[in-house]
Design a protein around this ligand. Structure first.
Ligand SMILES: [Zn+2]
Length: 77
């Protein structure tokens, strides 16, 4: 039940604001007074949720398995 809600949340909101820059995409360097692009999010300010990343990996594996099975069934290929 709860996991279903989680999956729906990951599907509709795959991104969340970056914790390091708070979604701004850059942050002030602690030593120099200069704004630098945020490294964890690559300057986009958004990060992919962990659950979504796992889901992407899962679908990729599933798709490659399916394609492999299809290739085996195809004769003379
Ligand atoms: Zn960031």
């Amino acid at each position: 039940m709860l996991s279903t809600v989680h999956i729906g949340l990951y599907a509709t909101h795959p991104f969340k604001p970056c914790r390091t820059c708070k979604g701004k995409g850059n942050h002030r360097s602690p030593l120099a007074l200069a704004y630098r692009p945020c490294r964890p999010c690559g300057g986009s300010g958004m990060r992919l949720r962990t659950g979504r990343r796992l889901w992407n990996t899962f679908t990729r594996v599933r798709r490659s398995r399916r394609d492999n099975a299809r290739n085996v069934q195809r004769p003379g290929n």
